[in-house]
Every structure is written in C-alpha cells, then in structure tokens.
Write a protein that binds this ligand. Structure first.
Ligand code: SF4
Length: 323
C-alpha cells in the first residue's frame, strides 16, 4: 500500500500491545499497514474499543510501538531525535475529542494558543505573537477579546475551536483528528467538520480522521479504513467504500446509517450484529469477526484472512471476497 512516492505517512505492520495484569496482553493494534498521501484525509473508523484511537496515537508518536514501523516523510517516528524530533513535534499536531480535558484550565486562551508559537520561535516579538493569536482566533470564528479568558468560560464547540487554533498555531503539516466532533452537539458538528475541511484546503494539511460516525467520515475523508479488533478489515476510497462495501462488518456498519429518503429508509435491510466487540485480550482464532459474522464458515473459524487488494485501491480481509 505504499506504491506512491507522495506518502507523508507510511504505517508498516504496526502493533501496539499493552500488558494487562501479570500475563495477559491487550492487542489494541495488531499488524496494521496503511499510508496517507500528502493533502489527503484518511478516515479511520470502527466501534468503540476497536483500537482506532490507539492506532492514531501510535502513528503520531504519542505512544511507543510494540512492533512494526511508522514513517513520517520517510523517517521513523519512534526513533527521531534532536532537530528532527523538534521539527516533527511542530509538523504533527493532534486535535482531541474532549477539548476540556486537553486544554489546561489554568491557562488563558492566549497562553494555550501562544505556547507552540513560542516553543517553535514562530513570532519575532510579543506584538507579533499577539497578532498571530488574534488572527488564529478569527480564523476559528472567535475574536481577540476571547484571548484573555479561561477555558471554563466557553461552550464545547468554542473549546474545540480553541483546540483547533492551538493545533494550527504552529503551522502543522499533518493533524491526527481524534474524534474531534463526537463530543459536540449535532448542530455544531457540521460547522466544525466544515472548518476542518476549509483549513485543509487553504493550508494544504493532511489528516488522519479517527471517528466512529461513518456518516461524518464519508463527508470529510478521501479514503476510509475500517478497523475491527485491532486490525483493518477494509480500506478504499470513500465513494467506493460507501457504494460497494465488501466486508460483512462494513456492510453492517453501513446499514445502520440513516437515509434521508423515508421510502428507501423503510424498505432497506438492516444488518443487526449480535453481541459486542470481543475483548482484545482474548481474540478469537481465525477471522477476528467470526463470532459476530452472519456469513462465517468453518474456514473463518480457523484461518485468519489477509488484507488483499480486490479492486483497484480497494482492500478487504475476508475469505468470501475474491478478486
Ligand atoms: Fe465473515 Fe468469514 Fe469474512 Fe470473517 S472471513 S468476515 S467470518 S465471512
């Protein structure tokens, strides 16, 4: 999956395991490979507990890896040092799901946004820093009067705008958006998503957009990877995935998205998945989805399917899908 040369991120056979108790191992990310091209948005979706957030955080170096490799512009993220590490911490930013937990309540908005500007020496003096902060606040739909206030004085949507301004302050290249709209009111979600799309176009940003909301991921992503129990089960261009989902898990997730047309909504088939995602501590043998898959066969119960390209750019891990 690394056939093009303009990949900004390349993830190769990445594993991230956590020790649980004395001998159990939680396989949060279990042999995941994908790439992200410069300027694109890759959506990473799946139910809660599927490993998507751990995967995103390992990709940006927030977590160490257990095995495999993550390359940012060809350099191994987990062994960067000195100048290269400093450049990486400027280039690569995170927008978190919960802006209240990720923004220091004792700092003013100006201090939160200005911190990165100062660390990376992006303003010549105090005046220039203040001008940059005022400009960033305007960009995200706030104003310079907000600069001296504290986080608790803002609504959830405004806090997320401050989180976005903080990420943009250091002129990043790549942003890991960690469920940035899930905690917001539905009325605010589209506004924040549209803002992220606008900044991506204007600033030529690349996003890894982690989410469980398939409908929103379609709106924002060029390509989408579907995760289940620590592994990618399907990956394709957004339009292709939504019009031709191949993996039974993706089909089930798609069937749960409401359709605006009531006639279509009333007649279409819903695929109900039984049970919850199994524990990543004791993963089942064979295909990880076999315990919930309505199409599982004996082969599925003993042999794990590999992620294979079955149509151009469309990868799927399922024994039943042939090229
Ligand atoms: Fe279902 Fe088998 Fe395909 Fe797994 S490999 S998704 S169990 S049909």
């Amino acid at each position: 999956m690394s056939e093009t040369t303009n990949n900004i991120i390349e993830v190769k056979n990445l594993k991230k395991y956590f020790k649980v108790g004395k001998k159990d191992v939680l396989k949060a990310v279990d042999d995941v490979s994908f790439c992200i091209k410069e300027g694109e948005t890759l959506g990473l979706v799946g139910e809660s507990g599927c490993g998507k957030t751990t995967c995103g955080r390992t990709v940006v170096g927030m977590y160490g890896k257990t095995e495999g490799q993550v390359l940012y512009k060809g350099k191994d993220v987990h062994s960067l040092k000195g100048k290269e590490k400093r450049a990486f911490t400027k280039d690569v930013q995170i927008i978190f799901q919960d802006p209240y937990a990720s923004l220091d309540p004792r700092m003013t908005v100006a201090e939160i946004i200005g911190e990165g500007i100062e660390i990376h020496g992006l303003a010549k003096n105090k005046k220039e820093k203040e001008e940059r902060i005022a400009h960033l606040l305007e960009m995200v739909g706030l104003n310079k009067e907000h600069a001296n206030r504290f986080i608790h004085e803002f609504s959830g949507g405004q806090r997320q705008r401050i989180g976005i301004a903080r990420a943009l302050a250091v002129e990043p290249k790549f942003i890991m958006c960690d469920e940035p709209i899930s905690a917001l009111d539905v009325s605010i979600q589209a506004q924040v998503a549209n803002m992220l799309i606008k900044f991506q176009q204007e600033m030529k940003l690349t996003y890894l957009f982690v989410a469980h909301d398939l409908a929103m991921v379609k709106h924002i992503s060029d390509r989408v990877a579907v995760m289940y129990l620590g592994a990618i089960v399907e990956l394709a261009e957004s339009e292709e995935l939504y019009s031709h989902p191949l993996h039974p898990y993706t089909e089930a997730l798609m069937s749960a998205i409401p359709i605006a047309d009531p006639k279509v909504e009333d007649t279409r088939e819903r695929i109900m998945l039984e049970g919850d995602v199994p524990s990543p501590i004791n993963t089942p043998p064979g295909c990880k989805f076999q315990g919930r898959c309505p199409k599982a066969t004996d082969k599925c119960r003993c042999e794990a399917p590999a992620l294979r390209e079955v149509r151009k750019g469309h990868f799927v891990a399922c024994h039943l899908i042939s090229q």
